[in-house]
Design a protein around this ligand. Structure first.
Ligand SMILES: Cc1cc2nc3c(=O)[nH]c(=O)nc-3n(C[C@H](O)[C@H](O)[C@H](O)COP(=O)(O)O)c2cc1C
Length: 173
């Protein structure tokens, strides 16, 4: 048994598309089946608090906007803090700021934002991850002129990295 769930918290849908792409890569390249759960799905209340006990591999994607994580992502991690120990945790964020730095190849700024949006939050709650990545996002509304700065080859190559680790089946200690 080496089951995988991908939960995500989105505001405007970019994280949904990124999550779907990761699911596709895992399925097509590694034959890994992924259960996709939108933590904010209004029609499915059970999605707000999914049971992760049957899963060894947890992937979580979180939207970053207005200088904060989508709150459902934070809630999920805090609530499952204990249950996550001993599982493999893979974390990604959709961050327009990180996407811009990555596009400009401003690696120092990109690394700073990746730490800010992923490592620092998880450190605060004592949660360890197996792998993580900050991706760009798609701006909407009054910011829509800033466009979509996701790099799909970056997304696919991280998904492959995740696939290799899941495929190896080694337990995370
Ligand atoms: C109103 C607004 C505020 C935003 N604030 C931030 C921010 O503080 N930092 C950042 O990196 N990106 C910011 N972004 C870009 C988001 O990261 C981007 O829209 C992302 O795709 C959001 O994910 P979602 O579509 O899954 O909700 C903002 C976008 C909008 C529309």
């Amino acid at each position: 048994m080496n089951k995988t769930i991908l939960v995500y918290a989105t505001r405007w849908g970019a994280t949904t598309e990124t999550a779907q792409e990761i699911k596709n890569v895992l399925s097509e390249k590694y034959n890994i089946e992924v259960d996709l759960v939108n933590l904010k799905d209004k029609k499915k209340k059970e999605n707000r608090n999914p049971d992760i006990s049957p899963y060894e591999n947890i992937i979580i994607g979180i939207s970053v906007a207005k200088f904060r994580w989508a709150k459902e992502g934070k809630k999920f991690l805090k609530k499952n803090k204990g249950a996550l120990a001993g599982k493999k945790l893979f974390v990604f964020v959709s961050s327009g700021g990180a996407g811009e730095a990555y596009q400009k190849r401003n690696i120092e700024e990109y690394e700073r934002l990746q730490k800010k949006w992923i490592d620092n939050n998880l450190d605060k709650w004592g949660i360890k991850f197996t792998s993580r990545k900050a991706f760009g996002g798609r701006y909407v509304g009054q910011y829509s002129h800033l466009g979509d700065n996701r790099d799909w080859s970056q997304i696919r190559s991280w998904a492959e990295e995740v696939g290799k680790i899941i495929d190896s089946g080694e337990l995370n200690c």
